[in-house]
Design a protein around this ligand. Sequence first.
Ligand code: F6R
Length: 244
Amino acid sequence: MFRVYRTKNYEEMSRQAANIISAQIILKPDCVLGLATGSTPIGTYKQLVEWYDKGDLDFKEVTTVNLDEYLGIAHDNDQSYYYFMHENLFNHINVDESHTNVPNGMCADPEAECARYERLVRTLGYQDIQLLGIGRNGHIGFNEPCDSFPAATHIVNLTKSTIEANKRFFASEADVPRQAITMGVGTIMQARQILIVASGKDKADAVRDAFYGPITPTVPASVLQLHPNVTLVADEAALSGVQD
Ligand code: F6R
């Protein structure tokens, strides 16, 4: 099943995505939520926190697994995805800290950390729902366009363009991490449900190529066409490359 919710704007996209995540939590309170960072899901997390504050949502039995993390960045660095998740979600809800999982960017042995993380997601029984954003080049997690779909959690060397794009968040380009750990496309595809969010005109080509073009590792998100349960929640601008 591939379902598209076309929303007027970012706010509506955020509310709709939060509704779908809420439904998952209400139907299965001890679910495994696969989570993403980036600017797109911030409104979704804000909405979830609002509903939690109102008493409509309970995260006490929820487990979370994040997609990715920079290597060599400490938890208290405000650019770490660990920090992002605490700032935007975990610090504001009643999730059990020991049930939240982000790859450890400060691990001594990154290869071993990848294997540990992959094992962890498998042991948890994989994600009930995986929230994803999409990169302008069609990436999901840190799975960048390449010649084949990387299956398992692995180390990626950030591309020059990603380093260039991210340097605005750091004191200098030299401070931008060169590597990251990411779930592989195979890890993502194990999720029972995929919820992908997109907003803005600069995502229009990626959304069109991912869902309405050929399945190819040069557009990593296009692999989602092979997944049996995908919901795309995107605003009009992000869907502007697609016919009604
Ligand atoms: C984040 C992630 C990335 C982002 C993507 C879109 O954990 O894995 O793939 O989802 O880069 O980022 P934004 O939402 O900032 O446009």
